[in-house]
Design a binder for this molecule. Structure first.
Ligand SMILES: NC(=O)c1ccc[n+]([C@@H]2O[C@H](COP(=O)([O-])OP(=O)(O)OC[C@H]3O[C@@H](n4cnc5c(N)ncnc54)[C@H](OP(=O)(O)O)[C@@H]3O)[C@@H](O)[C@H]2O)c1
Length: 307
C-alpha cells in the first residue's frame, strides 16, 4: 500500500473535554496538531471561531466541543443551540470552503429510545430533550453544508477525568451507604479513550486515499460492544473498584434498582441507548471491544493514580 507522506494540519476543538483530552494524545501522530480549548476560542464568539479556522487552514477539523449538560440545557436552550448548532453550522461551512474534513460527535439522545434493538444510522430520529434536538440540528447543518464529514454518534461516555457516571458512582459509593440507580435504561458504556483512538484510525484511513474517502462521508455509530443497565454498570464498577482494597466503598448490595419514573430529572433520557456499530466496523475494518475492557482499565487507572 502506498501511504502518502503529506503534511497534515489538524485543528482540535474542545480539547479539555473527556474526548478532547484523549484526542490530544491520539491525533498527535497524524500531523501538525493545534489543540484549542475554551480559553483559546469560545464558541459563543462565532467570529473568533471563524478567524481561528481561516488563519490556521486545517486539513481536518475535529470538533469535540459541545454543550453537554443535558439537564441544564432544558432551561438554557439558547446556549445549547449556539454551541451545538450555530457553531457547528459555521465549522461545517468553513470546512466546505477549505475542502477540509470535519469530524464531529453526536449522541444517542437524537433517538427517542423506544426501539427494541440497537439503533442503526438510518433509523428515524426523534429527540426528546433540548440537548438531543440541538445535537440533531448540528448533524443536519453538517450534512447540508456538503463538507467532507464523519459524524460519530456515541453514548454513555466516561473517562477518568470529568463528570461522568463512572466517577460519580465511585465518589457516591464512598459518601453514601445506599445508592438508588436506574435499572430500566440500557446502553453500552463507552470510554473517551476508545472514541479518540477510533477517531484517529478513521482519519488515518480516509487520508490514505482521498478518492475512496469521498464514499466514506456520513454518520457512524461508535460505542463499545455489549449492553448493560445503569444499575448493573454501577454494581460492576463497585465490585471492580473493591478489588483495589478501597474499604470506603459501600457494598454492591446497597445499590438499589429504581425505575426512571422514580428518578425524575429535567431532561428525558432514552430507555434504549444502544447503537448498532456494524457500519463503522465494516467500513473502517475495525473491532470494537466489550464495554468491560475499557471500564476495567479506567477503574485500575483511577486507583493507581491515587497510590
Ligand atoms: N458525555 C456523554 O455521555 C456523551 C454521549 C454521547 C455523545 N456525546 C458527545 O460527544 C462529544 C464529546 O463529549 P464529552 O463527553 O467529551 O464532552 P465534555 O467532556 O462535556 O466536553 C465538552 C467540551 O466542550 C467545551 N465547550 C463547551 N462550551 C464551550 C464553548 N462555549 N466554547 C468552547 N468550548 C466549549 C467544554 O469546555 P470547558 O471544559 O471549558 O467546559 C468541554 O471541554 C460531544 O459532542 C457530546 O455531545 C457525549
Amino acid at each position: 500500500m502506498d501511504i502518502k507522506a503529506v503534511h497534515m494540519k489538524l485543528l482540535l476543538l474542545g480539547a479539555n473535554g473527556q474526548v478532547g483530552r484523549e484526542l490530544q494524545r491520539s491525533l498527535a501522530p497524524l500531523g501538525e496538531l493545534k489543540a484549542c480549548d475554551r480559553s483559546t476560542v469560545d464558541f459563543f464568539d462565532l467570529a473568533g471561531l471563524q478567524n481561528l479556522v481561516r488563519n490556521y487552514r486545517p486539513d481536518v477539523i475535529v470538533n469535540a466541543a459541545a454543550y453537554t449538560d443535558v439537564d441544564k440545557a432544558e432551561s438554557e436552550e439558547a446556549k445549547a443551540y449556539k454551541i451545538n448548532f450555530e457553531a457547528v453550522d459555521l465549522l461545517a461551512k468553513e470546512a466546505k470552503a477549505l475542502n477540509a474534513w470535519l469530524i464531529h460527535y453526536s449522541t444517542d439522545y437524537i433517538f427517542d429510545g423506544t426501539k427494541k434493538d440497537a439503533y442503526k444510522e438510518k433509523d428515524e430520529t426523534n429527540p426528546k430533550s433540548v440537548y438531543g434536538k440541538t445535537k440533531l440540528q448540528g448533524e443536519r447543518a453538517i450534512i447540508q453544508s456538503k463538507c467532507k464529514h464523519l459524524i460519530l454518534r456515541t453514548s454513555w461516555l466516561y473517562s477518568i477525568y470529568g463528570n461522568n457516571f463512572l466517577n460519580t458512582i465511585i465518589r457516591l459509593a464512598k459518601e453514601k451507604k445506599k445508592l438508588r440507580v436506574v435499572s430500566d435504561q440500557i446502553g453500552a458504556p463507552t470510554s473517551a479513550e476508545l472514541v479518540a483512538d477510533v477517531t484517529s484510525l478513521c482519519i488515518f484511513r480516509i487520508l490514505q486515499d482521498d478518492l475512496l474517502s469521498e464514499d466514506i462521508i456520513g454518520i457512524y455509530h461508535l460505542t463499545s460492544t455489549g449492553k448493560v443497565s445503569w444499575y448493573d454498570f454501577a454494581k460492576y464498577v463497585i465490585i471492580e473498584a473493591q478489588k483495589f482494597g478501597d474499604i470506603f466503598l459501600t457494598n454492591p448490595e446497597n445499590i438499589i434498582a429504581v425505575n426512571t419514573s422514580e428518578y425524575v430529572l429535567p431532561a428525558k433520557r432514552p430507555a434504549n441507548s444502544l447503537l448498532n456499530t456494524q457500519k463503522l466496523c465494516k467500513t473502517f475494518n475495525l473491532y470494537l471491544p466489550s464495554w468491560q475492557i475499557h471500564a476495567d482499565r479506567a477503574i485500575k487507572e483511577l486507583y493507581l493514580r491515587e497510590v
